[in-house]
Design a protein around this ligand. Sequence first.
Ligand code: FES
Length: 165
Amino acid sequence: MSKDQTNQCCCGGNNEQFAKLDEVLVKYEGVKGALIPVLQEAQNVYGYLSKDIITRIGEKLGIATSQIYGVATFYSQFHLKPRGRNIIRVCQGTACHVRGAKAILQALEDNLKISAGSTTPDLKFTLETVACIGACGLAPVLMINDDTHGRLTPEAIPGILAKYA
Ligand code: FES
C-alpha cells in the first residue's frame, strides 16, 4: 500500500488535511449538542464546510450527513461553498434603497462579473446583500470586511474594489 493510500480516509480526504478537524472532534467527543460548535470551529479552520468535512464530522459524531446538511443550511452563519478573502456586504435596506442601493449592487455585479450571493472564481471577493448595517446616515452603504464605505455612487465602485484586489 502506498503512503497516499494509507493516509486516505473513507470520505476521500487525507488524514493530514483533516488533522485540525480531528482536533476539534476530539475536544467534543461525547459532548451533547456538539454539532453546532463543531461546525463553527470547522468553518473557522477551513473557511467553509465542504462535503468531505461534513462527511467526516458525520462519521466521527455518528450523525447522518443529511441531518448535518439540515443544520448547516438552516443557519445563515454556515457556508457550504468557498468564500472570498474579502466579503462585501452591500446594504439593500430602506434608507439605502431610496438612495440608489440597487444601482450600487448592479455596479458591484458588473465589476466583479458575479451575482449577489456568489464568489469570484479567484476567491478574492464574495458579494452578499444585507438588510441594514446600521449606518443609514451614510446611505447607500457597503462594507468590505470591517470597512464601511458610504455615500456611494456606482462610479466609485471600481476604485473601492481596487483597494482590496
Ligand atoms: S438601510 Fe442601509 S445602512 Fe441602514
